[in-house]
Each structure stands twice: as structure tokens, then as C-alpha cells.
Design a protein around this ligand. Structure first.
Ligand SMILES: Cc1cc2nc3c(=O)[nH]c(=O)nc-3n(C[C@H](O)[C@H](O)[C@H](O)COP(=O)(O)OP(=O)(O)OC[C@H]3O[C@@H](n4cnc5c(N)ncnc54)[C@H](O)[C@@H]3O)c2cc1C
Ligand code: SF4
Ligand code: SF4
Ligand code: SF4
Length: 392
């Protein structure tokens, strides 16, 4: 048996740095039982070189954290980008900045089979593929190797993802690159792709839609919507177009289970990154709690991002982003409104059984058992969004 020990399900974030680093290609990711993968070493092929443990941020934490220099409430001045974003579109501003300097941008997309994975884009038309939060673990594949290759070719790279994906990348690189910009987010936790697949299967979204939007908003808030392929003219099955339909709040129980943490990876409950000190150059989030104590004198109904400028590199970039409207706020306000900036998500009691039950239990019984019934607020939100869509 190999002496090499990688992370178990309590520590592994599925970053795949170990897989990317292994010279013998003898690590595979296997389901640890709840839909989340952990690495498995093929002992027969392993030469015990230790490359995998050296790059694992769960075993050898990167150790460098930044205390944010500035906290911004902000949004993009590009209206189309703001509409497509989860909050104010801070991500799209950074992406446009990097792409205009001939750089490459990495982030999470959802493909037509509703699978979430990291991809790289090199032109502004593709920003749309990365916009919007996908509340599903993004598959990393050989992303870290791709990033390293581009950095070595001296290309400018923006890498975006959850804080553990950035931490994993930095541990994998083990070297500072001036041409790397990193942006993470305040992170509540992630459900697995398998949990999302089960939800899509059970709500019959799987065969009918090409994409799911978790934050379909005219304004901000949580609203599941799907992209359906429909005939362009009634009865004309040869010509089709994509229409966006809001998922009936009754069927949108995935979002309520997400908010309660019922499907999160075990690792999320002891996450090393839910602190105000950050691993990335930038941190983005929804600006919950904006103006609660110190007035904010701008309309917010179209979504506002919270953006932390964590170091001097980020400061220089942001000073060169004329498309960003921003107002400086306090870190205390951001922390008060967004508990995952200072605390882990709490492990709810139902976490032990929900992941299994969501695949087998009758839906109404599931909703009752876990208290994830839609509320009047869910319907009112739809009404509010419709009203917001009429406002300028
Ligand atoms: C799993 C998850 C948990 C989150 N938890 C919180 C939270 O607790 N509090 C909070 O305020 N905000 C949270 N966010 C962030 C928030 O939803 C917005 O992404 C953020 O405010 C940025 O919005 P935006 O308008 O600038 O950009 P958008 O266009 O909405 O965001 C796109 C960016 O998000 C990245 N992204 C999208 N889905 C994923 C994914 N599955 N994995 C990795 N990266 C992804 C893309 O790569 C891109 O960089 C979370 C996001 C995710 C994906
Ligand atoms: S010790 Fe070396 S060969 Fe063995 S799994 Fe790790 S990286 Fe691969
Ligand atoms: S490198 Fe990443 S995938 Fe591999 S064991 Fe560590 S945390 Fe898990
Ligand atoms: S909560 Fe922590 S471990 Fe879980 S996805 Fe977010 S950053 Fe990764």
C-alpha cells in the first residue's frame, strides 16, 4: 500500500491539484459516497514522489492571506452585463479589462447538458458563458495545468472561482506570477453535480432545458429559471429559439435546500476561507446589508456587487476600470451583511439524510420533512421582479 495520504472527504475540496501534479497519472477522483469525489491513488503505479501532497492546499496550506485594502459597493455601467449577472456584475468588469489586454479568463460555465465546469475564454463575446452564479461544484479537470501553461507563456490570466479553487491553484503553482490575477467570492458552500442532476431529473428539467439560471433577476434575489428550446412559430419544429422561463417556486426547492446548506460538501462546514482575510487579489459577493446603518444614496434594485480590493495589484487594476461605478464602504458593513465573510455555514441536522432522500423520497414528503416549502415571499419576489423589470 502507498504511504501517500491525500485528503479524505472532510478536507478535500475537489480542486484536483493532486491529479494535475501527478507525473504518473495515477490519481483518479472517486465518489466518497454522497456525490462528492475524493482522490484515489493507484498504488501499483505510484512512485511515492510526493508531488501530489506538496500541491494540496488541504495538506500544505498556502499561508498567505491579504487584509482587504478597500470595500466597494459597485456595479458595471454596461446594462446588459448587469442584467446577466447575479449581483452588480463586478466579475464582467474585471473580465472585460483583462480580455482587452489580450488576456485569458477562467471561470465556471454550465454546458447544454447542465454540467458545471471551469473553462477558459479569450474574447468578450464569451463572457456570457461565465456570468451568473451556478450553485453547483464546478469540475476542474486539467484547469490548473492550463493556467500554469499560459502563465509560463507570459499571458495575462484572470482566474475566478470559489476561494478553495483559488487556494488550490496557488498551492499548485507554488510560485508567484505577476501576470496572474485571482478573484474569489464570499462562499456559502457547494452542492455536488450529482445533487443538481437529481434535482433536474426529478423536476423534469433535464430533457427539456439547455441551461438553468439560479439568479434570474430583474433586480436581485434568488430565482430559478430554465432555458427551454421552443419552436419559433407554433407547429414549426424545424426552427427553434431559446426562451427563459421562471421555474414555479413550488419546484424550485433546490435553492431553498442550498440556502439551508442541506447539500453542501462536508468540507464546507470547516472551510478555511470563510474569513475576512483573503487568498485572492479580489473578492466579489452580493452586497447584502448595504445601507443598513450608513445610508447608501443610490437605487439598488438592479443589483449591487460587494468587491474587496485585497492588495496593491488589485488596486492598480481597479483604478483602470472606467466601466465600474463604485462607492467606498466599510469592511464591517460587508461582514455584518454576509456571514460567510466571517463564519462557516453551519451543518444542518438534515445534512445527514437529505442528499439520499432528495433522490428517492416523494417530493411533497421531502419538502415537508426538510422545511423547504415555498413561501408567500417567493411569489412576492416574482411580482417584485416583474415590477423592477418595468423600472429604469
Ligand atoms: C457556490 C457559490 C456560493 C456563493 N455564496 C455566496 C455567499 O454566501 N454570499 C455572497 O454574497 N455571494 C455568494 N456567491 C457569489 C455571488 O453569487 C456572485 O457570484 C457574486 O456576487 C458575483 O456576482 P457578479 O454579479 O459580479 O458576477 P456573476 O456574473 O454573477 O458571476 C460570475 C462569476 O462567478 C463564478 N462562478 C459562477 N458559478 C461558479 C461555481 N459554481 N464555481 C466557481 N465559480 C463560479 C464565475 O466563474 C464568474 O467568475 C456564491 C457563488 C457561488 C458560485
Ligand atoms: S506520490 Fe507521486 S506518483 Fe504517487 S500519486 Fe502522488 S504524485 Fe502520483
Ligand atoms: S489537491 Fe485538491 S483534490 Fe487533491 S486531495 Fe487536496 S484538496 Fe483534494
Ligand atoms: S465553502 Fe469553502 S470549501 Fe466549500 S466551496 Fe466554498 S470555499 Fe470551497
Amino acid at each position: 500500500m502507498s504511504k501517500i495520504q491525500l485528503c479524505d472527504k472532510y478536507r478535500c475540496t475537489q480542486c484536483m491539484a493532486c491529479v494535475n501534479a501527478c507525473p504518473k497519472h495515477c490519481i483518479t477522483m472517486v465518489d466518497a459516497g454522497e456525490g462528492f469525489d475524493v482522490p484515489k491513488i493507484n498504488d501499483g503505479a505510484c512512485i511515492e514522489c510526493g508531488a501530489c501532497t506538496k500541491v494540496c492546499h488541504g495538506i500544505s496550506p498556502i499561508g498567505e492571506y491579504y487584509t482587504p485594502l478597500k470595500t466597494l459597493a459597485c456595479w458595471t455601467k454596461n446594462d446588459e452585463d448587469r442584467k446577466r449577472s447575479s449581483s452588480g456584475g463586478a466579475f464582467s468588469v474585471l473580465a472585460r479589462r483583462v480580455l482587452s489586454d489580450n488576456g485569458m479568463v477562467f471561470g465556471a460555465t454550465m454546458d447544454a447538458n447542465l454540467q458545471v465546469k471551469h473553462i477558459c475564454i479569450d474574447n468578450a463575446e464569451d463572457i456570457v458563458k461565465l456570468q451568473g452564479s451556478k450553485y453547483v461544484q464546478s469540475f476542474m479537470g486539467d484547469t490548473y495545468k492550463q493556467v500554469r501553461d499560459l502563465l509560463r507563456q507570459e499571458r495575462l490570466v484572470l482566474f475566478t472561482g470559489t476561494p478553495c479553487q483559488v487556494g488550490g491553484l496557488l498551492a499548485f503553482l507554488r510560485k508567484k506570477y505577476n501576470n496572474l490575477i485571482t478573484c474569489d467570492m464570499v462562499c456559502h458552500g457547494v452542492p455536488s453535480q450529482k445533487a443538481f442532476d437529481a434535482f433536474c431529473e426529478r423536476t423534469h428539467l433535464k430533457d427539456r432545458c439547455q441551461g438553468v439560471s439560479f439568479r434570474f433577476t430583474a433586480g436581485w434575489g434568488y430565482q430559478l429559471a430554465c432555458e427551454l428550446v421552443a419552436p419559433t412559430q407554433a407547429g414549426d419544429s424545424d426552427s427553434t429559439h431559446v426562451v427563459r422561463k421562471v421555474v414555479n417556486p413550488r419546484n424550485a426547492w433546490y435553492m431553498r435546500a442550498f440556502n439551508k446548506g442541506l447539500m453542501f460538501n462536508e468540507t464546507c462546514f470547516s472551510c478555511a476561507y470563510t474569513i475576512p482575510q483573503r487568498v485572492s487579489d479580489f473578492t466579489m459577493a452580493d452586497y447584502w446589508g448595504l445601507g443598513a446603518k450608513i445610508p447608501f444614496n443610490h437605487p439598488t434594485h438592479r443589483g449591487v456587487s460587494m468587491l474587496l480590493i485585497n492588495n496593491q495589484k488589485a488596486m492598480e487594476i481597479i483604478n483602470n476600470c472606467p466601466d465600474l461605478f463604485f462607492e467606498e464602504r466599510t469592511l464591517e458593513e460587508a461582514i455584518e451583511g454576509n456571514h460567510n465573510l466571517s463564519h462557516n455555514s453551519e451543518r444542518p441536522i438534515g445534512r445527514d439524510t437529505f442528499i439520499h432522500d432528495m433522490q428517492t423520497m416523494e417530493i411533497n414528503a421531502l419538502i415537508r420533512k426538510y422545511g423547504i416549502k415555498e413561501s408567500l415571499r417567493d411569489y412576492l419576489r416574482l411580482l417584485k421582479q416583474w415590477i423592477n423589470s418595468k423600472r429604469v
